[in-house]
Write a protein that binds this ligand. Structure first.
Ligand code: SAH
Ligand code: SF4
Length: 359
């Protein structure tokens, strides 16, 4: 069977190298070729012996997803639509800023969690991405942006905030994260790699054990009653349990706070009452709050809070000592803003339900 080297972390690459009868140091060499120099042709891996190159050509490939579309926004935000097979496509977004470049990566084709305000959630779920497809997004972006190995890295930060719930694809996400952190691959520090989750409590604990990168939690509501309605996952892992997991996470986290994302839904979660509830809720959790203006999508039932309402909530939280920022909306003209990513998903969940109805 042909192995795709792109998705193999250090340990898996060492195992692969051993399997083809090569010395362990070859794993390091290969990792550098694949990720640092983004070389996909074994024939061009010039410091590998010809016999090894031939062996690799017979046993392995370096294959990233195919780019279907490549769009650049007026503000410089760039979005790639990537083919992940069987009629499915996911999106990756690069957001350039003055002092950093952030790549927003997808982890699933669709999402099972069906949050009310999210276009990815509305379109259903097809499948988990493989580790190669996840890290392949960084590989492709670096390639497309012309990053060089000599300090010209354009992607300085990675956020797993594209399509999908990263923690529900744990076994593929963790090797991809390890590659992002590996000095022979992308060498990003743990604080520059952020996993965003809707709050899968046991998997937050597992991430803490296995690969504690920076954590962002999609909060969006300060009470269980409201959060149950906006994010069905809250019925399984209510706020008290979620915040306790956040506190546990902090003793292994690369930063000394958890980022809480809060989408601004007009008349729903943006009032004075919610401000007071939020302040009380976060009193014992070292936090930063990131207010996200709601990005509309076709069929959405919500509207974004007016600018002055966003400012009022931000001021109230800041006055209570909770550092709060408001996310600037980027890439709206190419539908690359938070919650607008839809790619192309052949929804299997709904199809199953439909078939059940027919039967
Ligand atoms: N599933 C993960 C990561 C992907 S979503 C999570 O939920 O955290 C990335 C962020 O965009 C989340 O905070 C999500 O709640 C937010 N988001 C979803 N839909 C949005 C919309 N329509 N407008 C603004 N933000 C949205
Ligand atoms: Fe899934 Fe996150 Fe969208 Fe909720 S907000 S549906 S968890 S991608």
């Amino acid at each position: 069977m042909t192995v795709n080297l792109l998705g193999l972390d250090a340990q898996a690459l060492e195992a692969f190298v051993a399997e083809i009868g090569e010395k362990p140091f070859r794993a390091k060499q290969l990792m550098r070729w694949v990720h640092r120099y983004r070389e996909s042709r074994f024939t061009d891996m010039s410091d590998l012996a010809k016999t090894l190159r031939d062996k690799l050509a017979g046993a392995a490939v370096v294959a990233a997803p195919r780019v279907i579309n490549d769009g650049v926004s007026e503000d410089g935000t760039r979005k790639w639509l990537l083919d992940v097979g069987n009629g499915n496509a996911v999106e990756t977004v690069f957001i350039p800023e003055a002092n950093r470049g952030t790549l927003c990566i997808s982890t699933q084709a669709g999402c099972t969690l069906a949050c009310e305000f999210c276009s990815t959630g509305k379109q259903g779920f097809n499948r988990n991405l493989t580790a190669a497809e996840i890290v392949g997004q960084l590989w492709l972006a670096n390639r497309a942006l012309g990053a060089t190995s000599k300090g010209g890295r354009v992607v300085s930060n990675v956020v797993l905030m594209g399509m999908g719930e990263p923690l529900l694809n744990f076994d593929n996400v963790v090797p991809a994260l390890r590659l992002m952190l590996d000095d022979n691959a992308y060498g990003l520090s743990r604080r520059r790699v952020t996993v965003s989750t809707s709050g899968i409590v046991p998997l937050i604990d597992r991430l803490r054990e296995e690969c504690p990168v920076a954590l962002a939690v999609s909060l969006h509501a300060p009470s269980d009653a409201l959060r149950d309605r906006l994010m069905p996952i809250n019925r399984k892992y209510p706020l008290r349990e979620l915040l306790a997991a956040c506190v546990r996470y902090l003793d292994r986290a690369p930063r000394d706070f958890i980022t809480f994302e809060y989408v601004m839904l007009s008349g729903v979660n943006d009032g004075e009452l919610q401000a007071r509830e939020l302040i009380a809720l976060l009193a014992d959790v070292p936090s930063k709050v990131n207010l996200i203006p709601f990005n509309p999508f076709p069929g959405a039932e919500f509207q974004c809070s007016p600018r002055e309402v966003i400012r009022r909530l931000s001021d109230s939280l800041n006055a209570a000592g909770i550092v709060t920022t408001t996310r600037k909306t980027r890439g709206e003209d190419i539908d690359a803003a938070c919650g607008q990513l839809v790619g192309q998903v052949q929804d299997r969940t709904r199809r199953v339900i439909r078939m059940e109805k027919v039967a």
